[in-house]
Design a protein around this ligand. Structure first.
Ligand code: IMP
Ligand code: MG
Length: 357
């Protein structure tokens, strides 16, 4: 029997999924960690402790906790960068990286030509990792898959598996899997602001592309920030808003993969609501509350032309609970429970389905 939980991004990526995934894996009895979409375009930053920062691009976060970790079928793999990432982790002292890393046999491989095409024609401001052209070849049925390059994976001492067969062979056991989404709903290939999006499916249901049925999903942890950020070629940050400029600086909003400056905007409730619904979130986690608190102006966007401003100078997140929780409740969601607060994030659990809005 398999139970799956999924961590998804509800905005444009960079919502703190890495941190949430790491915390969930650390504090719950998950047996497997699986990435189900995207490739080296992702940059998941994790602080193991206050001094140790780890940035992962392709390898699932479970590897940091010595859990078997799978790069799933919906992903695209850059083998050279994968090797670099393995060596980076080994040099940082992480053990059994190669033993614990399993690769899905039918994931697709990014080739150098994909990177060249991506860099040559980059109208949407991609990460230049060859993601789009690789998915183009996949859907054009002329891609190269892991099973075509088994020798390369063998040289790296990595195990290639067929996910459904792997779990079927172990079917007397009870497994809990944590799926780690990359990117986010607002840059999803179907639900994002096309064409300013990535090329993979970033929603929770896409875990079934890995060969694990969607019916195994128990919890969907939707991650977002109390403000929004976006990296790419469209204009996202309004001009002349010093508060947004400040958010970018205090929040250190620059890309973990490309180092580009992220554009900032206020949290868009309309988009967030849609994202919560389509992903079927059971939980929602607002990250970077500590950053948001340092800004003297706070706004929420309720539609493209209406914004709700509220000003406060909370001394502690408790004041956030009382003032802003009501705003979120009013505009987004019905029933919430299990509110928990820390210095940096707030998490809620939906006690009734967010579909009933
Ligand atoms: P691509 O995924 O490299 O094709 O880039 C397409 C768009 O998605 C660009 O606007 C990228 O900046 C954005 N993007 C891709 N991956 C991430 C991510 O992990 N975080 C934030 N933005 C991303
Ligand atoms: Mg990131």
């Amino acid at each position: 029997m398999i139970i799956s939980d999924v961590v998804v991004g509800l905005q444009h990526g960079d919502e703190g999924k890495g941190k949430v995934t790491y915390d969930l894996l650390k504090n719950n009895p998950y047996h497997y960690s699986i990435r189900y979409n995207g490739g080296p375009n992702a940059g998941h930053t994790i602080y193991i402790d206050s001094n140790t920062q780890i940035v992962l691009h392709q390898i699932p976060i479970g590897i940091l906790l010595e859990k078997p970790s799978i790069i799933g079928t919906g992903c695209v793999i850059d083998i050279n960068k994968l090797e670099e990432e393995i060596i980076y982790l080994e040099n940082k002292g992480f053990k059994h990286v190669r033993e614990n890393l399993l690769i899905s046999h039918n994931a697709h491989i990014i080739q150098s030509v994909h990177i060249q095409i991506d860099k040559a024609k980059n109208n949407v401001g991609t990460t230049g990792c060859g993601i789009g052209p690789c998915y183009v070849d996949k859907y054009d049925r002329k891609g190269v898959r892991v099973l075509d390059k088994l020798e390369l994976f063998k040289q790296l001492h990595l195990t290639v598996i067929s996910v459904p067969e792997y779990f079927s062979l172990l079917n007397n056991y009870h497994f809990q899997i944590l799926f780690e989404g990359a990117q986010g709903f607002s840059i999803d290939i179907d639900w994002g602001d096309y064409p300013f999006c990535t090329s993979s499916s970033c929603v929770s249901g896409a875990v079934s592309n890995c060969g694990i049925p969607a019916s195994t999903i128990r919890n969907v942890y939707g991650c977002c920030k109390l403000y929004d950020t976006y990296v790419g070629s469209k204009i996202f940050q309004p001009d002349n808003d010093p508060y947004l400029e400040q958010l970018g600086i205090i929040g250190k909003e620059s890309g973990a993969t490309t180092g580009r400056k992220r554009q900032c905007n206020w949290l868009n409730l309309v988009d967030l609501k849609k994202s919560i619904i389509v992903n079927g979130c059971t939980h929602i986690i607002f990250n970077k509350c500590d950053i948001f608190q340092q800004i003297k102006m706070n706004k929420l966007l309720n539609s493209s032309d209406e914004s709700l401003s509220y000003t406060y100078e909370p001394k502690h997140l408790k004041s956030f609970e009382f003032k802003d929780f009501e705003l979120f409740k009013k505009y987004i969601i019905g029933q919430l429970s299990n509110i928990s607060l820390t210095n940096t994030f707030i998490s809620f659990q939906f006690s009734s389905s967010p579909y009933k809005i």
